[in-house]
Design a protein around this ligand. Structure first.
Ligand SMILES: [Zn+2]
Length: 259
């Protein structure tokens, strides 16, 4: 299984930077987990192959690239883009994005080959099969309906928290797994913004440390992602200061592979 966190911002030289405004992880070049930078940062091959988008939740930084991705591909699609998400997230998208005001209702539009957008509701605890991958949806605590996922390709499994504050069910599910190759976990704000982090249902490095302690499974690397770009340096410093073995920041753009 290969994963790549797509870039979403640019440095002074114009090259992609590590600051992560938007969240989109592409798996095996063919399935997108969240769609923040889906339209902006996907390669040609990814644009050609990604027809399934699995959402953790419907916050803007996780869906911003979805309407534009469908727009870009509208004429050429020979099969619909399928958005797999909780019923609540789908309703949020229908009411607030694909509503004919913010953007067209692509689910009702067709190109010469037929439908271009379909929604597929998924329930907490469900095993969703997408291509050669299985996504087990696990509820997390983010103030709006949100799923983390345990993603498997045969015996190779990783877990992704999506956005979350302190959470229980996610860890209970992870602890049932024999082996996980990686756990991607959010840490949006630095410790000094503890109050804001709590209000927004996000973690800080200190609270991330407490979350990691809930994991009792076989040792595996933790990768931090979904760090607010304005606080990237501060969060990175504080995570380093935790001195937790196997805890590092997920590098934007880098391809990680597990067999
Ligand atoms: Zn969020």
């Amino acid at each position: 299984m290969k994963i790549q966190l797509l870039p979403s911002s640019f440095g002074a030289s114009g090259a992609a930077s590590g600051r992560q405004h938007l969240s989109c992880v592409v798996i095996d070049n063919c399935v997108a987990l969240d769609a923040g930078s889906l339209a902006f940062a996907t390669s040609k091959a990814q644009k050609k192959q990604i027809r399934d988008v699995v959402l953790t939740h419907a916050h803007l930084d996780h869906i911003a690239g979805l309407p534009l991705f469908i727009d870009d591909l509208f004429e050429t699609l020979t099969e619909p883009i399928i958005v797999h998400a909780s019923e609540t997230a789908i309703e949020t998208l229908k009411q607030n994005v694909f509503n004919g005001k913010i953007y067209p209702n692509f689910a009702e539009l067709e190109n010469k080959n037929g439908t271009v957008l379909k929604f597929h509701p998924i329930k907490n605890g469900e095993n969703l099969v997408v291509k050669h991958l299985t996504f087990k949806a696990v509820a997390v605590n983010h103030g709006v309906a949100s799923h983390g996922y345990i993603i498997s390709e045969g015996a190779t499994k990783i877990a992704v928290s999506g956005d979350t504050a302190e959470t229980v069910e996610f860890w209970l599910n992870l602890n049932k797994e024999k082996t996980l190759r990686a756990i991607l976990i959010e840490c949006a704000f630095p410790d000094e913004l503890e109050k804001l982090a709590r209000a927004a249902h996000h973690l800080t490095p200190t609270r991330l440390r407490a979350e990691i302690k809930k994991y009792t499974g076989a040792p595996c690397p933790f990768f931090v992602f979904n760090i607010k770009p304005a606080y990237f340096q501060a969060v990175s410093r504080q995570i380093e200061a935790l001195k937790i073995e196997n805890l590092r920041i997920l590098e934007v753009g880098k391809i990680y592979e597990w067999n």
